[in-house]
Ligand binder design. Structure first.
Ligand code: PRP
Ligand code: URA
Length: 209
């Protein structure tokens, strides 16, 4: 079974409170999503392998650690996942970015795929799938199905807010995937919105309605 990490870091909790508030406007919402994604990436990269190299400081020779050069990929689920990409790329500038376009059919709440563009060496990369919201879990499950179908093997999923229903569904569908969540909320409402949540992440991020 994959691991589930729910963050209790004060900076993440503080920033989440502000993005949840209904009066928070698009500019601040975007900045905070970016910052939370950076903080989450810091934790989600904790197991990256290191190599030891020899360097020379102004004082002496020493052995010191560098990243081993593992190839990483970031795959946002469109649209709202885009808001998390830059915050992660800041820490991992060599990562390649793929895109998976999915929207939730408002009637059935089932995800509909409309776009897929991935790095050509997807089979060799460790992949971070990112989306601010894990509600029913349908979008995340479908995005990961799509990646696995194309040969992706090692996948982590990062989201800001999850509903217990979505978390359970994702764990059952993809038990090999580690899941990183900034906050685990109470439930879904009858329209498939996370309660208390933050509303429609894509609309708040891009100022649409
Ligand atoms: C939102 C969100 C997730 C999905 C989560 O996207 O960004 O992708 O809903 O819901 P689920 O877990 O029930 O699938 P939406 O479909 O609203 O599309 P958008 O990002 O284009 O606004
Ligand atoms: N998608 C969102 O953007 N918000 C929710 O609460 C659920 C799905």
């Amino acid at each position: 079974m994959g691991k589930v990490y729910v963050f209790d870091h004060p900076l993440i909790q503080h920033k989440l409170t502000h993005i949840r508030k209904k009066e928070t406007g698009t500019k601040e919402f975007r900045e905070l999503v970016d910052e939370i994604a950076t903080l989450m990436a810091f934790e989600a990269t904790r197991d990256l392998p290191l190599d030891e190299i020899e360097i020379e400081t102004p004082v002496s020779k020493t052995k010191s650690k560098v990243l081993s050069g593992k190839k990483l990929g970031i795959v946002p689920i469109l649209r709202a996942g885009i808001g998390m990409v830059d915050g992660i790329v800041k820490l991992i500038p060599a990562a390649k970015v793929g895109h998976i376009g999915l929207y939730r059919d408002p009637e059935t709440l089932k995800p509909v795929e409309y776009y897929v563009k991935l790095p050509s060496d997807i089979t060799e990369r460790d992949i971070f799938v990112v989306d601010p919201m894990l509600a029913t879990g349908g979008s995340a499950i479908e995005a990961i199905n799509s990646l696995k179908k194309r040969g992706a093997k090692r996948i982590k999923f990062l989201c800001l807010i999850a509903a217990p229903e979505g978390l359970k569904a994702l764990e059952e569908a993809h038990p090999d995937v580690d899941i990183y969540i900034a906050a685990l909320d109470d439930k879904l409402d009858e329209n498939g919105y996370i309660v208390p949540g933050l509303g429609d992440a894509g609309d708040r991020l891009f100022g649409t309605k």
